[in-house]
Design a protein around this ligand. Structure first.
Ligand code: FES
Length: 106
């Protein structure tokens, strides 16, 4: 099983903020939405763009290039032109530290 990776201190990711971290050479975008944490790969499945700078609309993020939308809880596409979901990652908070792991290779 993949290891949990320390991302940042809990108090460094306030509600409504996001951060991109390198997890074993994968850019992972982590959100704090009303105290709940979500993590997705920072790659739009439409054409490989970063998505971290996109607008957040509820639990959907909109790709800044062509406007595809993805649910950050599930990774599912909620608006075209993308049709493949974005990978999501488990997040946990241990002793005030946010951690993620990449289970894709477990
Ligand atoms: S690269 Fe994201 S919608 Fe095209």
């Amino acid at each position: 099983m993949s290891d949990w990776i320390n991302v940042t201190a809990l108090d460094q990711l306030a509600e409504g903020e996001r951060i991109v971290v390198d997890v074993d050479d994968v850019n992972v975008l982590i959100f704090n939405i009303k105290g709940e944490f979500f993590a997705i790969e920072d790659v739009c499945t439409h054409d490989g763009s970063e998505i971290a700078s996109g607008c957040l609309k509820g639990e959907d993020i909109e790709c800044p290039r062509h406007g595809a939308r993805f649910n950050i809880r599930t990774g599912e596409v909620t608006a075209p032109p993308a049709y493949e979901p974005i990978d999501t990652f488990p997040v946990q908070v241990i002793n005030g530290v946010i951690q993620v792991r990449d289970p894709r290779w477990d």
